[in-house]
Design a protein around this ligand. Sequence first.
Ligand code: ZN
Length: 169
Amino acid sequence: MNDTTERSEPPDQPVPPPAGTGSGSARCHWCGYSLKGLADRGNCPECGKSYSPETVTRLQPWPSALKICLRLGWPIIGLAVSILLFGSGALVCGYPFLVAVPINSYYQVRSLLRRSLPERTRTVGIVAVLRAVGTTVCVIGLLAFLAPFLFFAGCLIYLSVNPDAFSGS
Ligand SMILES: [Zn+2]
């Protein structure tokens, strides 16, 4: 007997992720302890801080190294490309990228840390020290890159306000 009434398998239904802390990335926002399988809200068994569905999903897994490199490195790539394309003219074309290096590094690192590191790790110890150092380096770098531009802009503004400044009148 030819059984043509083959029972059609129902198409694989995507299983909705279980609500609350059942999903994979549920971690304590303060210490990073995995809250997988625990109740939707309560106190973290590791550090005792209270958690809720709003706080446990805030921490995301660390992005891949390639993504981090791209996020941090695009101004450097832009700078390299403009040097390749324009040679010495890159001083003008690559300038925005040069300024973008410290600004971008600062914001990217900040958002990376905020996204992926538990608060306790972020605000104490070596990470906090590195953050302070990194922020200082970024600010100094930005000032160094901006200094010639600010000086130039200042001269232009001065000249436009006092057109006769250098005519010796
Ligand atoms: Zn905790």
